[in-house]
Design a protein around this ligand. Structure first.
Ligand code: XIL
Length: 391
């Protein structure tokens, strides 16, 4: 048996030697039929979506511009700068483009502070929104407009002086600032849908209040018509373009359907109006998803740009802040066609600087500039909706 094995192996060795003769090249090594499994390259460390994308990247991938507000004093805070640059695409100044901040007692226009803020906005790569060319509040009335009226010989002259000053103001503002949109008028209706005037406004204070409509023969409507025409003509003269908004509050509240209807009908009837804005200072108790739907559908029907201009959401018992904010974004993206989206702007960054007071906690960041639950949920929602996490 052993001998037979020996014979076989000798024969095999001879065959092999022959096969490897100079006429027969050495066979190319064949792959091992049963290779040791290849160890996969170390999988990439889990990427943190919060570090990869700011809110503005995600919103923009969903076809939405997200903005915020800041005021002069806030900018000394380095945390604010980081957040502004990372999370927001656009900015509105809280006060610094308002009449009482720009107009001097002598009737001149002082742009120094606003210009400094324009520089900061550029530093943070933010687009600028103009707020506001027409409002009954925060105006230089104590000194200037009332003085014009008091110094006039009669009511007609007073009206002419006021109207002339309003035109100068609009021309100066539109000429000076480069913005993507203007609030041309703000809060010109009361909740019922009537034009606002001194008599029907329940103002909590009289802080620099002045009703321009009192000085137009056709009342507030003529003032608003004139404001839009003046703004449009100023843009044309300057070779600029900007969306011209009519802006108001309570439009998402079921108790102000009259105002929602009046504002939308006015916009539909005036081609100079190119956008409709809803402030949306709301809370978890006031907010109603069905009223939000109703508002957005009505605003979309105008055919104009639709903008949420001053969003803040105080915490409530009915709905959490996060749930309200998610619903606002979801409905806005579902209902407003991309071509009509004027964007969503928050009225501030950190709770500590909210005009409503830090205790209301209405913003996306807490007073230490830490991301709140609402931020995290909005980030996750926009990430999912944008699909950026799947690319
Ligand atoms: C607020 C500012 O945030 C405050 O700093 C200021 O004291 C009062 O005005 N609707 C508007 C905004 O259109 O201009 C208001 O801004 C908030 C309500």
């Amino acid at each position: 048996m052993k001998r037979f094995h020996w014979l076989l192996s000798t024969l095999a060795a001879l065959v092999l030697v022959g096969a490897c003769g100079k006429d027969n090249p050495v066979p190319t090594p064949q792959p091992d039929p049963d290779p040791t499994p290849v160890i996969p390259p170390e999988s990439e460390p889990e990427k943190d979506p919060l570090a990869l994308w700011g809110l503005k990247d995600l919103a923009s991938a969903c076809g939405l511009m997200i903005g915020t507000e800041f005021t002069y004093g806030e900018y000394s805070d380095d945390s604010l700068k980081v957040v502004m640059k990372r999370d927001f695409e656009a900015v509105t100044f809280g006060n610094e483009m308002k009449n009482d901040q720009i107009v001097t007692n002598a009737g001149q226009f002082n742009f120094t502070r606003a210009d400094q803020m324009v520089g900061w906005a550029k530093e943070c790569e933010l687009k600028l929104f103009g707020h506001t060319l027409g409002w009954h509040s925060q105006q230089q009335n104590d000194y200037l407009v009332n003085k014009l009226v008091a110094g006039a010989a009669d009511a007609d002259e007073a009206a002419a002086l006021v109207r002339d000053f309003h035109k100068k103001w609009v021309d100066a503002m539109v000429g000076h600032f480069d913005v993507y949109g203007w609030d041309v008028v703000n809060e010109v209706f009361i909740d019922s849908g009537a034009w606002r005037n001194k008599a029907n406004s329940q103002l909590s204070n009289n802080y620099h209040v002045f009703f321009w409509g009192d000085y137009y023969p056709g009342g507030p409507k003529e003032f608003v018509d004139t404001a839009f025409r003046t703004a449009r003509e100023a843009l044309e003269r300057e070779g600029k373009s900007a969306i011209l908004y009519i802006n108001d509050y309570n439009l998402e509240g079921g108790w102000a359907h009259g105002k929602l209807e009046a504002l939308c009908q006015y916009a539909e009837g005036n081609p100079d109006v190119t956008g409709v804005g809803s402030q949306m200072h709301t809370s978890g108790d006031l907010y109603s998803p069905s009223e939000m739907k109703n508002m957005l559908e009505r605003m979309v029907k105008t055919g104009k740009k639709v903008r949420i201009s001053e969003l803040d959401v105080a915490s409530g018992k009915k709905m959490s802040q996060a749930d309200v904010i998610l619903d606002v974004f979801k409905q806005y993206l579902d209902i407003v066609p991309e071509a009509q989206r004027g964007g969503i702007t928050f009225w501030g960054v950190s709770d500590k600087n909210s005009w409503l007071g830090a205790n209301k906690q209405p913003l996306l960041y807490n007073s230490q500039y830490l991301r709140k639950d609402a931020y995290l949920k909005l980030h996750a929602y926009l990430l999912e909706r944008s699909g950026l996490n799947k690319k």
